[in-house]
Structure formats: structure tokens, C-alpha cells
Design a protein around this ligand. Structure first.
Ligand SMILES: Cc1cc2nc3c(=O)[nH]c(=O)nc-3n(C[C@H](O)[C@H](O)[C@H](O)COP(=O)(O)OP(=O)(O)OC[C@H]3O[C@@H](n4cnc5c(N)ncnc54)[C@H](O)[C@@H]3O)c2cc1C
Length: 387
């Protein structure tokens, strides 16, 4: 079992905390109010090398494991920041690393590690298919040395602040494949070339400060050499990266949960009503204590997932359960923190309402809670398949 108190984790925690001190609550509140992208924060994380943590050393990264990467994102959220602005760079490169050709890895990974390129975006979700990914309608048709892409995607994040994007599209029609998960492929898209040349990006106004977009593909041409791995196997490649993504999101939620609990604890000690601190009332204490217990329990599952992943074992069950427990517990902690603050929880200057909105996302994206329950029911408990 990983020991979370390992010295190397402490070094990472201290390093990330140090960086985050330059991006305090006022910074995050400011970008949230302006609905601006935290460009300075993303640049600082890139320049410090944190986003290249999992890129192997031979390509210029640090060659660290999922456990270390998860600590980095946890600390950002624990410090009051939002890892949603950078996490794509960490997990999108898995696809390239695991399934890209040596030529593709040489072309992109050293530049990603050096911060010269950003691979912050992955386009999977579509407006008419939602979670039922095998029904995607975006097509990529091979014509000579190119693929021609047509279709639509929705909720595709950080496209306006990325150089590259991973795209999932159907290369063989659903009716022509043996298994519905066959016939989809993934491509690396050069966004600077694509936007205005067959790709239109329409921002979606939303409840968090999260740059996310609708994408319209109209005969976008992608060089055939940008196909990652084998044609038709893209869905499996995407699934392959999801366990790491889930463990990382779990760590972000744990960071959020700890931020909410500490914020609630401090306020409960300081705020006096009826001539005594509100924290003296067990009606205030117990929900905070319960939320703390649940965050700590989720953390144990997060370490299990990281350990399995880093030792090459199948982390599917643990990563899904860690994501479920962590997202539930951070949301519980958010509610408790809001309630503890009474009316002041609604005031922007306390940051509770901002973090409350931010952590709520993880009940829905990148995978909704119901879909994790369905995975556990079907794959771990062997209950009858429901869809
Ligand atoms: C801010 C934000 C950023 C995002 N970023 C990206 C991104 O970068 N790239 C990307 O590809 N996608 C992204 N997404 C999309 C996200 O992954 C999806 O929203 C999510 O997977 C759910 O899909 P959906 O919204 O189509 O919901 P739907 O599939 O329409 O589902 C709606 C609800 O019904 C439930 N449901 C559906 N089917 C079942 C069932 N059989 N049993 C029980 N419940 C069911 C779901 O759990 C959900 O609660 C983002 C979403 C948001 C909100």
C-alpha cells in the first residue's frame, strides 16, 4: 500500500503549494468574475514542469507515476485553485504515449514536456449521443493521404487555449461493425490549422469558469499520419486512458473536500452567534466531522487506484470507485461548508460559492455518477446488463 506520507510526496506538495501561493483566492475570484482563462497560472504550472510529470524522462518529462501526478492536482484544489484548467494536459497525453507511433511521440512529447505545445483538449461527447459514445455521428472518411471529418461535438474544453486536440470519430459505420465499440478512431488535430479551415468553435456559457465549446466539423482535412494507433480501435484507446483520468479527478475532489472542511472549520471557530462560536453546536460540528470522514475514506481508495495503476495492474474498479467516493464527498463537504457559512457562503468574497460550483461539475463530468454505479453493478457485481 502506498504510504501517502512518503517524503517525495511531501516535496511535491510543498513545491505545488509554493507555486499556488502566487495565485491566491483573489486571483481565482478575479478570473472567475471576468470569466477569463487563468493563463498566468497555466503558464506557471507548465514552466515549473508539473504538467509534464508523467511524460517519460526520455521525452523530456519527469517520468513520475500516477500517484505523484494526483498529488499535484490535489494540492492545486486544496489551495483554492481549479485544476480543471490544466488537468487535460496530464491525461490527454496518455493516449499519445500508449498508442502513438514512435514518430508521433518524438514529434509531440518533447514539445509538450518543454511547454512549447499544449494538448489540453479531447473531443468525445456529442450533442445527440451523450454518454452513449458508440453512437457518435462524427465521421472521418479516408481520402488518399487525408481523412475528411464531418459532424459535431459538444462540451469540448480548453480548445481556445490548446494547440492540439485528440478527436474521436467513426471511421466505419455502426451498421458495418461486428461490435458497436469497433470502427471508431482517434486523431491528433492541429487546432491552429483546423480552426477556420473546417472547424468552427462556439463557446458555451456555463455555470463554472470553464472554457468549453461546441465544435462543428465541415469537411475538416486531417493528414492520415495524424491517426493514432490502428484505425477502428480508437474507442478502446480512449477507455484505456480513463482509469488514470478518474484517479486524477478523484484527487482533485479530495483537494476540494479538504479545502471546504478547513474553510468550514475555521469559520465555525471564529463566527459567534448567541454569544459563542457556532462550532460549539454539535449541529454544526457533526456534519463537518462526517464530511471529513468521507473525504479521508475516498482518499484511501484513491491511493489504491494509483498503486494498482503504477504497478501495471488493472485499476478499473478502484479508479471508478475512487472517483465516485471523492466526487460525492467533495460535494458533501461543499454543502456543509456553505451551510456553516450561513448567508456569507453566498458572498463571492468568501470563495465558497465559487468552489461549490466548481466541485459540483465532478458529479457529471468527465463521467456521471450513474454511469459509475452502472459499471460497478454490471462489471463488479455481475448484475444483469441494463443498456
Ligand atoms: C463543463 C464541462 C466540461 C466538459 N468537458 C468535456 C471535454 O473536454 N470533452 C468531452 O468529450 N466531453 C466533455 N464534457 C462532457 C461530459 O463528459 C458529459 O456531459 C458527461 O459525460 C455526461 O454526458 P451528457 O451531458 O450527454 O449526459 P447524458 O448522457 O445525456 O445523460 C444525462 C443524465 O442521464 C444519466 N443517464 C444517462 N443514461 C443513463 C442510464 N442508462 N442509466 C442511468 N442514468 C443514465 C446520466 O448519468 C446523466 O446524469 C464536459 C461537460 C461539462 C459539463
Amino acid at each position: 500500500m502506498i504510504n501517502p506520507a512518503l517524503e517525495e510526496f511531501e516535496e511535491i506538495r510543498e513545491g505545488v503549494r509554493g507555486l499556488c501561493q502566487n495565485f491566491d483566492a483573489a486571483y481565482w475570484r478575479g478570473v472567475d468574475e471576468r470569466k477569463a482563462f487563468p493563463e498566468e497560472f497555466v503558464t506557471a504550472m507548465t514552466e515549473a514542469g508539473w504538467l509534464a510529470a508523467m511524460i517519460p524522462e526520455e521525452y523530456g518529462g519527469s517520468g513520475l507515476g500516477l500517484a505523484e501526478a494526483s498529488v499535484i492536482l490535489e494540492e492545486v484544489n486544496r489551495a483554492g485553485g481549479n485544476s480543471g484548467t490544466v488537468h487535460g494536459q496530464m491525461y490527454n497525453m496518455f493516449t499519445l504515449l500508449r498508442h502513438g507511433s514512435e514518430e508521433q511521440k518524438q514529434k509531440y512529447l518533447p514539445k509538450l514536456a518543454a511547454g512549447q505545445l499544449r494538448l489540453q483538449s479531447m473531443a468525445v461527447t456529442e450533442p445527440t449521443t451523450g454518454t452513449d459514445t458508440t453512437k457518435i455521428k462524427t465521421t472521418a472518411v479516408r481520402k488518399g493521404d487525408k481523412y475528411i471529418v464531418n459532424g459535431q461535438k459538444v462540451w469540448i474544453s480548453r480548445v481556445q487555449h490548446s494547440d492540439l486536440m485528440i478527436l474521436l470519430a467513426r471511421t466505419t459505420a455502426l451498421e458495418e461493425v461486428r461490435r458497436k465499440s469497433d470502427g471508431m478512431s482517434i486523431f491528433i488535430v492541429d487546432l491552429h490549422h483546423a480552426i477556420g479551415n473546417g472547424l468552427t468553435v462556439q463557446p458555451i456559457a456555463n455555470m463554472v469558469n470553464h472554457e468549453t465549446n461546441e465544435l462543428f466539423f465541415d469537411n475538416l482535412e486531417i493528414p492520415a499520419e495524424n491517426l493514432i494507433g490502428e484505425e477502428g480501435k480508437g474507442f478502446r484507446y480512449i477507455l484505456d486512458g480513463l482509469n488514470a483520468e478518474r484517479a486524477l479527478i478523484a484527487a482533485e475532489c479530495i483537494g476540494d473536500g479538504r479545502w471546504f472542511i478547513e474553510k468550514a472549520r475555521k469559520y465555525a471557530c471564529a463566527r459567534e452567534v448567541f454569544g459563542r462560536p457556532i462550532g460549539k453546536n454539535q449541529g454544526i460540528q457533526f456534519p463537518i466531522a462526517k464530511a471529513h470522514i468521507n473525504v479521508e475514506a475516498a482518499d484511501l481508495m484513491r491511493w489504491r487506484a494509483c498503486e494498482e495503476y503504477d504497478s501495471g495492474r488493472n485499476a478499473g474498479a478502484s479508479a471508478n470507485m475512487a472517483k465516485y467516493l471523492a466526487a460525492e464527498s467533495s460535494w458533501e463537504a461543499a454543502n456543509v461548508c456553505m451551510q456553516t457559512h450561513g448567508g456569507f457562503g453566498f458572498a463571492n468574497e468568501y470563495d465558497v460559492e465559487r468552489k461549490f460550483r466548481e466541485t459540483r461539475l465532478y458529479q457529471v463530468a468527465p463521467i456521471s455518477t450513474n454511469l459509475i454505479l452502472s459499471y460497478v453493478a454490471e462489471h463488479l457485481l455481475e448484475l444483469p446488463r441494463s443498456f
